[in-house]
Structure formats: C-alpha cells, structure tokens
Design a protein around this ligand. Structure first.
Ligand code: ADP
Ligand code: MG
Ligand code: MG
Length: 449
C-alpha cells in the first residue's frame, strides 16, 4: 500500500468519525439556512395536500405534524397511541402468546386497524388546522430547501471505493450535514460510446422507486459537465465475493449464511413488490455496511415489469444465470430466486454451484451444466440447506421455490430460515454477528485499483 492510499484512508476514516463538528462544514448553518416563509408561497400553492403523504410518509412532515399535535392538549393521547404502535419488540413476556400467534401469521399486522382509525381521525380537523400553523410553515421551508438543485459543490470527495463498467464510485460527504455516501459517477463519453444512456437512466429511475433497508438507496442525483452522478447509501464493509473468497476458506459460518440470505430475501421481496426483477444476483453485488448488514446494489440490469407482463433478455453474469434466461425464454421474477439459490450455495460451499475453484470453463460448458448437471452438496450442507438450494435451483421456473404463487413468502417460511425472526429483521432490530473491519477493507480494496 503506498503513502497516497494511507493518506486517503486516514482522511476517510476521520471524515466518517466526524470529529467535533461531525464532519459538517463550518458554513453548515449558512448552507441549511431556511428561506424566508414569503419565498415558500409558490410551493404552498402547488404542494398536494394529501394527509398521508405530508404527515405519515415523509419523515420531516411526520415529525412536524406530531409536534403540532402536541401543542393541542386534546390530541396528546392520539399521538402517544400512534407512537406506542412502534413498540412491538419491547412487549413484556406476558404477551409472548400473542407474539407466538403473530409468528404463525406474520403478515397480520395487529396494529393496522388501530393505526387506520387514528389516521382517519387526524386527517380531518387536526390536519386542516395544521396547515394554518407555524409547524406547517416550517415544513414548507424544509421542502423549499430540499428542492434546491444539487451540485457537486454540495459534497466533499474522499477516496475511490470501486470501479464499474461506466465509471468510478467515490466516497463523499454532504458538506451541510456531514453524512457519508458513495457517489457512483457514470462518465458521459463512456456511456455514449457504449450506447448506455438507456441503462443509466433505467438504473436511476428504478433506484428512485426503491425504499428498503435491504437495497442500496438513492439519496441525490446530479450531473456535471462530464458525468452523471448517483449518490448512494455508503457501504464500506466490502462485497460478499470478497468475504466468501478472500476472508473465509470453505464458505462462511452458518449464522452469517442464514442472516445474509434472509436480508437478501427481504430485498428481493421489496423489489418484486415494486415489479422490479433484479437479474444480477451474485456475491459481488451484495455489499456490507459498517455494522455488518447487507444491501443489494447495482440495479443496472434490473427491469420493470409492466402490468404483470413477462420479459425476456439474456442478461446477467453467466455463472448465476437461470436456465430460462440462458434459453432466452420469457420470465418474470423467477431468475432472482434462482440467483438466491446460487448465492446461498456459494456462501456455504465457498464456490459457485456450476464452477470449481480456480476453474475457467468455456461458456458452452457452463450453459450445459446450468441446464442439466445435478448440483452436488458437500458435508457442510444440512438437510434444510440442501432442500432450500434444490427448491431455488429448480430448473423449471413454474416449480421453483418462490415462483409458486405465494412468492417470497414461501421462501421466508422455509425451515432453512427457522432461526430468523423476519419481523425483527425487517424492523432493523437484529444485530449482525459479524462486523467488518472497514479500515482493513478500505486498504485491501486500494490494491485492486
Ligand atoms: P457497475 O454497474 O458499473 O458494475 P457498481 O454499481 O457495481 O458499478 O459499482 C462498482 C464498484 O463500486 C462496486 O463493485 C463496489 O466496489 C463499489 N460500490 C458500488 N456501490 C457502492 C456503495 N454504495 N458503497 C460502497 N462501494 C460501492
Ligand atoms: Mg457491478
Ligand atoms: Mg451495473
């Protein structure tokens, strides 16, 4: 590792830790200064007055509406009850039976009815009055600030994190808040040369739709003279390919396999709910964050299914391609469940199901194996592990696990995931057993470039 890299690494580490100012610019107050309320009149006229959008879904809107309600004595109980709805995991032992019944029917949300009733009430008179309050003025000021165009001057840039087909990914920090992100820059000349305009736009548009703790999210997008920039959730723990092949010898420990597989499964279910087929599931595209949670990244090959249509197209990475993709047949979400099968197999065995370690077979040979070679399991695979892999690696998409009507629900309830509490996992309340050493990983990745 050369001296430049060491300097870059320590700058990045310092930026992440923040120091006294939490990494914010000394001008942060100026950068985040609210516009005068008179500047927000135009916005006030055009903003759609939808209760759910303004007071439930948007985090700042929700917070300000709650603050407003707390100024009215008679609304206190409504707000307290709404907040209490989020406390499921802290229920006492007394309610264990209740929780057990929840686990039998994890999709039944016990608080749904109650919440609906509270929202129904608050969306009437309280919502009307809120729009005349100074809390709503403050909301408009936030929105005004948020709509200001973003440019590269809003960010500080740190080290290179990785390279992709159309450009580089850099660590960056928002000057006004000190938040760290990964900035994926697509070079315009490169994109044009390879006619990738459609792909680049597709990736950005799909990223705008997703909102999940298991998929890399888009925070900002802007362009410069030379590149299109997507500012994404920072994932500094390395990718799963690195962890499987460089950090472990014969596959990952099983508790990590269950955990990563479950998080990927939740990410896929989220994408599928948005009618997005991911199509590029492989260890390289699963990134770890500082704490050891994973997210699906790189939506460059993903596609949106319109009106339940099927798509076709031979895309992806050969070793992880489903048989129906190789044969150029039509498909919907089935290749992603095949991909999960390949991923679980590789995490356990330390190698892909269709390639031996260090081997470089011809593509025709790989295609033949994917279409017909029986998958072999070593002694590390438990009965449940063999069963879930066989289910997901079923060559007939109609009979594949995850594709038989109930979708991802069927995958989640497979005995392989016995140890996983999906409700806790989805709420972000499960602590990963493994925490990556981000400084080591940063210095490792700089050897690659
Ligand atoms: P491409 O679509 O060109 O393959 P990727 O999105 O896969 O580009 O990014 C290229 C590399 O940049 C990845 O392999 C990874 O090392 C790094 N990278 C991408 N996204 C992030 C992120 N959100 N956080 C950290 N590193 C990232
Ligand atoms: Mg990639
Ligand atoms: Mg890509």
């Amino acid at each position: 590792m050369d001296i430049d890299n060491m300097v870059q690494n320590s700058a990045l580490v310092r930026a992440r830790e923040g120091g006294g100012s939490k990494g914010r610019s000394w001008r942060w107050k100026e950068l985040l200064r609210f516009p005068h309320i008179s500047e927000c009149r135009e916005l006030a006229k055009t903003i759609e007055r939808d209760f759910y959008d303004l007071c439930v879904y948007q985090p700042i809107g929700k917070k300000l509406f709650h603050l407003y309600c707390m100024t009215r004595q008679e609304l206190h109980n409504y707000i307290l009850l709404l907040d209490a709805n989020h406390c499921v995991p802290s229920l006492t032992k007394h309610e264990q039976n209740y929780i057990n019944s929840l686990e039998l029917d994890p999709c039944g949300d016990v608080f749904h009815k109650c919440k609906e009733f509270l929202h129904e009430y608050l969306s009437q008179e309280p919502f009307t009055q809120y729009q005349f309050s100074m809390h709503f003025d403050r909301f408009l000021q936030w929105k005004h600030l948020e709509r200001r165009p973003i440019t590269k001057n809003d960010f500080r840039e740190y080290r290179l994190l990785g390279k992709g087909g159309f450009g580089e990914v850099w660590a960056c920090q928002v000057r006004a808040t000190g938040m760290m992100y990964a900035c994926k820059k697509l070079e315009k000349t490169h994109v044009k040369k390879w006619q990738g305009e459609h792909m680049a736009l597709n990736e950005k548009e799909l990223l705008e739709e997703v909102d999940s703790r298991f998929v890399v999210n888009l925070a900002y997008a802007y362009e410069t003279k030379h590149s299109l920039c997507m500012v994404l959730t920072m994932m500094s723990g390395g990718d799963l390919r690195f962890h499987i092949h460089n950090m472990a010898k014969n596959g990952l420990a099983m508790d990590r396999v269950y955990f990563y597989a479950a998080e990927v499964c939740c990410g896929l279910i989220h994408l599928h709910q948005k009618s997005i087929v991911y199509r590029d599931l492989k260890p390289e595209n699963i990134l770890l964050d500082d704490n050891g949670h994973i997210r699906i990244s790189d939506l460059g090959l993903a596609v949106k299914l319109e009106d339940g249509d099927l798509v076709h197209g031979r895309v992806g990475t050969l070793y992880y391609m489903a048989p129906e993709v190789i044969s150029k047949e039509e498909y919907n979400t089935s290749p992603d469940w095949w991909g999960l099968g390949c991923l679980i197999y590789e995490m356990i065995a330390g190698k892909s199901p269709f390639r031996e370690r260090g081997e470089r077979p011809k593509s025709s040979e790989v295609e033949k194996r994917i279409k017909s070679k029986p998958v072999e399991y070593n002694e590390k695979f438990s009965k449940d592990a063999v069963d879930i892999c066989n289910g997901l690696l079923n060559r007939d998409p109609k009979h594949r696990l995850g594709c038989r009507g109930s979708g991802g629900k069927e995958v989640k309830s497979h005995p392989f995931f016995r140890q996983i509490n999906f409700r806790m996992l989805e709420a972000g309340l499960v602590e990963p057993s493994f925490k990556p050493d981000v400084i080591f990983i940063a210095s490792f990745s700089c050897w690659q470039y």
